[in-house]
Design a protein around this ligand. Structure first.
Ligand code: GLU
Length: 285
């Protein structure tokens, strides 16, 4: 099978040194394996995505010396495909509508009997307020968020959940998933938001499968989310790619670079006269 990987930035801000590291690592791995490097635009969150950022992404990556097959896959064009997958999960009885706001979840999760609010790879762990006792029947609603009933989803698995990791998680973890910890440690993740058609977790899994990605190369900040992706692959009968989570580029204080961190934007270095080789050197490549 041809080695295929992708870099999937969200056009919600400038690319910084951390993105350059991720894109160059994926690109170099594909080159070494005589494979394919795809660029994908993760613009599922249309409220935050901007065409100007997308143009800047293309420009910065070309400047870094990267190339990729066109046309580029853009999530905003693929909502019907994501809906198909949601319908399948709905028909399996694994989804339920949720109308809780963030504030509702925070309040319910921090109620005295619940103890402190717990965070998982999908943010605050959902306390289950809207979870029905039996799977909902009838048409899949489109006017509310849809959550995956984690316990019910895990109960359908007939084989252990594992994946192959050639990098490592932030604490040296490899591809071992503890499904028994997922209801408490991950919770009922959102797979469709009312304003967004599909969540990151659902769209990334469908896109990787449709593009026949064999190697997902990305930062360790997404390591914990991988258990959700592998679970969705199993439920939807999709292949699980190999994963390579790499370390994060940090600033001088050891803090992870953020999209807002304009000071380390590739654009800023370019304006100051840096070359692509300087960028590679700065990030240790
Ligand atoms: N779009 C995601 C991000 O900007 C990356 C998704 C992925 O590589 O799985 O962090």
């Amino acid at each position: 099978m041809t080695f295929s990987t992708r870099f999937a930035p969200s056009p919600t801000g400038p690319l910084h040194l951390g993105h350059a590291f991720s894109a160059l690592t994926a690109h170099d791995m594909a080159l070494a394996a005589r494979g394919v490097f795809y660029l994908r635009i993760d613009d599922i969150d249309q409220s935050r995505s901007r065409p100007a950022w997308e143009t800047q992404i293309f420009d910065d990556l070309h400047w870094l010396g990267l190339s990729w097959p066109t046309p580029v896959l853009r999530q905003s064009n693929r909502l019907p495909r994501y809906r198909e997958a949601l319908l399948r999960l709905w028909d399996m009885g694994l989804l339920y509508p949720c109308r809780c706001t963030r504030a509702d979840i925070r309040a319910a999760a921090s109620a005295p009997q619940e103890g402190a609010c717990l965070h998982g790879p999908d943010g605050l762990i959902y306390p289950g307020t809207c979870r029905p006792d039996a799977p909902p029947t009838g048409q899949m609603p489109t006017d509310s968020a849809l959550r995956l009933d984690m316990a019910r989803a895990l109960a359908r698995l007939s084989a252990p959940l594992t994946f192959t990791e050639s990098g490592e998680g932030p604490n040296g973890e490899t591809g071992t998933i503890m499904p028994q910890n997922m209801p408490q440690g991950v919770g009922d993740v959102v797979l469709a938001r009312r304003d967004m058609g599909a969540s990151y977790h659902l769209s990334v899994v469908i896109d990787d499968a449709d593009q026949a990605i064999t190697h997902v190369v990305r930062g360790q900040d997404l390591f914990e989310a991988t258990q959700i992706h592998v679970l969705l692959q199993r439920l939807l009968a999709l292949p699980t790619p190999l994963y390579h989570h790499h370390g994060l580029i940090r600033d001088a204080d050891g803090k992870r670079l953020a999209k807002r961190d304009d000071a380390r934007a590739i654009k800023t270095y370019r304006t100051e006269g840096a070359t692509p080789t300087d960028i590679r050197r700065m990030i240790g490549l």
